[in-house]
Design a protein around this ligand. Structure first.
Ligand code: PEP
Ligand code: MG
Length: 536
């Protein structure tokens, strides 16, 4: 039996067989090796990229298959290969050489009068980006599970979780990632135990098929456990199930604070199935549906697929309030051709509402689908993420107003059933919350990002975890400012960051005047139990 200790990222216990998924083929962070080695890495990356494309072709639609076919041909393009190899000969590493050649090649194509070729630069950027990602150790290939497994990987991407068959994912053990990374947030909403920050030794392929006991609360992992350890875990899992059933008695109980105010518990959900579960477990509303999850299920959600998704979300809530967040693409949730250009500091880059200027149509289609879904199925709350300046909000709201008028005048909707809100998740938004409160009806405080941006501590970096403290006075001061400004303007305010599921934080937010907390659905009852005891 070998014991490892990592960091807890999602509570729960699991016992099962390991599946190692190691997408880090170089292990080197852009260290330039001898020319012949860089060439060999490049050749290997081309082979892997082709394999990925062929696998994608097996499931893609006709239009997607055409693009993938074109991309496969590009990987054999002699001119392009020569460009890359000459860059390697000149001393650049393989990944850098591909990036330089990509720019050169796309610029050449753009200057050619042939419209067809110049329009294909984004497909070329996409496929060469895939090669670079493989060389950098971030292959885009999605996980495929065919039997119940505990996944051991260098990193899990949010898109992996969207494609994973929940019944087969017993737990996650990763070398990278952190408690606040989006993949782990989603793992928590799915109730899958997860441990991160593990020694990279765990990626040893010999671990494949070995039994593992995973302790999501403490971060302990036992590989090839002895019989006693397996028996202990199995016993605890049964106990947990029993405790869960008995706690369900609390689900209908209301939390009344000593001042007489009620404190509501809402849920953060990924999809309609999650919403149904949350409502059945006593959620008084749905405080956050991360709509960008749609990009993790397909390459570019259409108007129709969005209309269907939002309608199902509203119906699943059965009349309880539902809050859908507009696309929060960027940072650790990059999306294909939208976040194509590599940014030096993605968390400080083009993310969330900031993309409205460059991708207006994307947001317009989403707003249309939201208006129509609300008109047909019932009212919704819609909120904008990554707000830092008023102008992004006014630009979005102006676009939404135009869309609404068009839909009303053409009879596509009979009424406006959207209530608008903002995520307060940057220090700037908190500091100008007096002005923002005049623009919308509700605020939702995103403590995951508010903590990261206030303390300058990357939420996905294990090394900065000690600086990442949602209870730090600087973060609390910004929350206090936001709550006071909201209450002054009669704007509703809730907290939907992960810290809402921490009993100590929850109490601190309630003390500041927050009366609604939104969290992963499986955290609702334990938090409720703590708060009921506190306010008894
Ligand atoms: C947050 O930042 O607190 C939040 C809820 O949004 P996300 O985790 O999706 O960035
Ligand atoms: Mg956020």
């Amino acid at each position: 039996m070998i014991k490892y200790i990592g960091n807890s990222a999602s509570g729960g216990l699991a016992v099962g067989k390991i599946k190692v998924i190691n997408r880090r083929i170089t292990g080197f962070k852009r260290v330039v090796l001898a020319t012949h080695r860089e060439k060999a890495l490049f050749e290997a990356a081309i082979i892997l990229a082709k394999d990925e494309l062929r696998r994608l072709m097996q499931t893609g639609e006709k239009r997607q298959k055409d693009i993938l076919n074109f991309q496969l041909v590009m990987l054999d393009d002699i001119g392009l290969k020569e460009m890359i190899e000459s860059n390697i000969n000149a001393g650049s590493g393989a990944a850098k050489s591909v990036e330089i050649a990509m720019e050169e090649y796309c610029n050449q194509l753009k200057s050619i009068a042939d419209g067809y070729l110049s329009e294909r630069t984004s497909d070329i950027r996409d496929v060469l980006g895939r090669v670079v990602d493989i060389l950098d150790g971030h292959s885009r290939e999605r996980f495929v599970l065919t039997e119940p497994s505990v996944i051991v990987a260098d990193e899990i991407l949010p898109s992996d979780l969207a494609s994973i068959d929940r019944q087969f994912a017993l737990g996650f053990i990763t070398v990278g990632g952190s408690y606040q990374s989006h993949a782990n947030i989603i793992a928590r909403t799915m109730g899958i135990p997860s441990v991160c920050g593990m020694d990279s030794e765990i990626l040893n392929p010999l671990n494949n098929g070995r039994t593992v006991c995973l302790e999501g609360y403490s971060g302990e992992v036992y590989i090839s456990p002895n019989e006693g350890t397996i028996a202990l875990f199995t016993h605890r899992m049964k106990q947990e199930e029993r405790a869960r059933v008995s706690m369900m008695a609390l689900k209908e109980k209301e939390i009344v604070m000593p001042c007489g105010d009620k404190l509501e518990i809402w849920a953060n959900c990924n999809d309609p199935k999650d919403i149904t579960l949350a409502i059945n477990n006593g959620a008084q509303g749905i405080g956050l549906v991360r709509s960008e999850i749609l990009f993790m299920k397909s390459d570019r959600p259409t108007f129709e697929s969005q209309l269907e998704f939002y309608s199902r979300c509203i119906n699943a809530a059965g009349g309880k309030p539902v809050t859908i967040r507009t696309f929060d693409i960027g940072a650790d949730k990059p999306v294909g051709d939208i976040s194509l250009e590599k940014e030096p500091n993605p968390a400080l880059g083009m993310r969330g509402i900031r993309l409205i200027h460059k991708h207006r149509q994307l947001f317009a289609t989403q707003a249309q689908a939201l208006y129509i879904a609300a008109d047909r199925c019932g009212p919704i709350n819609v909120m904008l993420p990554m707000v830092t300046v008023e102008k992004d909000v006014t630009d979005y709201m102006e676009m939404a107003r135009e869309i609404k008028e068009e839909l009303l005048s053409t009879g596509q909707i009979s009424e406006d059933k959207i209530t608008w809100g903002l995520m307060i998740e940057t220090p700037s938004a908190a500091l100008i919350s007096d002005r923002l409160a005049k623009m919308v009806s509700f605020f939702s405080i995103g403590t995951n990002d508010l903590t990261q941006y206030t303390l300058a501590a990357d939420r996905v970096n294990v090394e900065t975890a000690a600086y990442y403290d949602p209870l730090h006075p600087s973060v609390m001061k910004l929350i206090e400012i936001t709550v006071n400004n909201a209450l002054k303007e009669g704007v509703k305010v809730s907290v939907c960051g992960e810290s809402a599921a921490d009993a100590t934080c929850a109490k601190a937010y309630a003390a500041l005047g927050v009366r609604c907390l939104s969290m992963a659905q499986n955290a609702m009852i334990p938090v409720k139990q703590h708060l009921l005891e506190e306010y008894r």
